[in-house]
Design a protein around this ligand. Structure first.
Ligand code: FMN
Length: 348
């Protein structure tokens, strides 16, 4: 098997990929009016595809206004929003790249300023600690989802997924990580439910499995990827799911049964090897399918992960903001431009 990071390869569901380098989902906050995608965004992603990034995961894209929590992030709820993504997708396709839309519901990491005035939803009515840097106000007290809310949110995921496929995306990535809505069910520090969505491992996984089942029924399993973050840094400390290995194996076998074949194990901005990288090795015992991950790995580390069969593609985030030509720099073993937070102030 060809395991070179920089060589093209084929993956059944996605077709020909130009390299094993993937761009991780990164919120940028530069949407157009009515939360649409813009030509600047098309150029930003297109440039990375021109330079040999094999797969692009878009910035988190909100499935419904009530799931928003950030300033100026794109949505994929209305027809206008869905259509606005068309030129972004075609720009990437024209360069021979593939692009998957990350579908996002923030849950309690929000405030009614962002949700159209309604309280954000979560597993329980426990507000996130601290101040929301988006509006400088405390996070809102969320509403614990009532029985009827589950079908509503699941339908919002389904509609957004259908819209993404209409816009010709190569697939969708369901964002089940990083402390957002679905992760608020995995996390038993937050999930205080006494019904079938809380408590046991199976109950905490139930909402994720229900959403996945419906999205797969709507757009087909080959078009779906899931992102989870069972171990990651949060506010300076490592947070891991309780019953970590049992829960990971339970969830992956449920995903397998539903036909999911693409998975992204993230640790957000943590050290890869002590968090996601460790769990990639656990996941491999039950997940022989397409698996991506990474966090600021060096080219040598990434090649090792691929050669050893742990990852099929390696994701980079900040390095791809700072270096739109990252694959070329890797190929030539050139130094990278260091990421700087000031770079978040513009899109280029
Ligand atoms: C500016 C910025 C925005 C991010 N936004 C998202 C997001 O929308 N969705 C997501 O799943 N992860 C998001 N992340 C996390 C990245 O996908 C990635 O996991 C993280 O940056 C670690 O990779 P890196 O060390 O290569 O940057 C974001 C990271 C950064 C730096």
């Amino acid at each position: 098997m060809n395991t070179n990071l920089l060589q093209p390869f084929e993956y059944d569901a996605l077709g020909a990929l130009r390299s094993r380098i993937a761009m991780a989902a990164m919120t940028r906050g530069f949407c157009g009016p009515n939360h649409t995608a813009t030509s600047l965004m098309a150029e930003y992603y297109g440039k990375r595809a021109d330079n040999g990034v094999g797969l692009i995961l878009t910035e988190g894209t909100i499935i419904h206004t009530t799931g928003d929590g950030y300033n100026n992030v794109p949505h994929i709820e209305t027809d206008q929003q869905a259509k606005s993504w068309g030129p972004v997708v075609s720009r990437v396709h024209e360069s021979g790249g593939k692009i998957i839309c990350q579908l996002w519901h923030c849950g309690r990491i929000s405030h009614s300023d962002y949700t159209g005035g309604v309280p954000p939803l979560s597993s329980s009515d426990v507000a996130a600690e601290g101040i929301n840097r988006q509006n400088g106000r405390p996070f809102g007290r969320p509403k614990a989802m009532a029985q009827e809310d589950f079908a509503v949110v699941t339908d919002q995921f389904v509609r957004a997924a259908r819209n993404a496929i209409e816009a010709d995306f190569d697939g969708v990535q369901l964002h089940f990580g990083h402390g957002y809505l679905v992760d608020q069910f995995f996390d038993n520090r937050i999930n205080r439910r006494a019904d079938c969505y809380g408590g046991s491992v199976g109950n905490r996984c139930r909402f994720a499995v229900e959403i996945l089942e419906q999205v797969i029924a709507a757009i087909g399993a080959p078009k779906v990827m899931v992102r989870i973050s069972p171990s990651r840094e949060m506010g300076g400390a490592i947070y891991e799911w309780q019953d970590l290995e049992e829960m990971l194996k339970y969830l992956l076998s449920a995903f397998d049964r539903l036909g999911l074949r693409m998975l992204d194990i993230s640790c957000a901005n943590s050290d890869y090897y002590s968090t996601a990288g460790r769990l990639v090795r656990v996941a491999r015992q039950v997940w022989p399918y397409f698996l991506i991950g990474g966090a600021s790995l060096s080219v040598e580390q990434a090649e090792d992960e691929v050669r050893s069969g742990f990852l099929d593609m390696v994701t980079w985030g900040r390095a791809l903001i700072a270096n739109p030509d990252l694959p070329i720099r890797f190929k030539n073993r050139e130094p990278l431009i260091q990421f700087d937070r000031d770079m978040l102030g513009y899109l280029s």
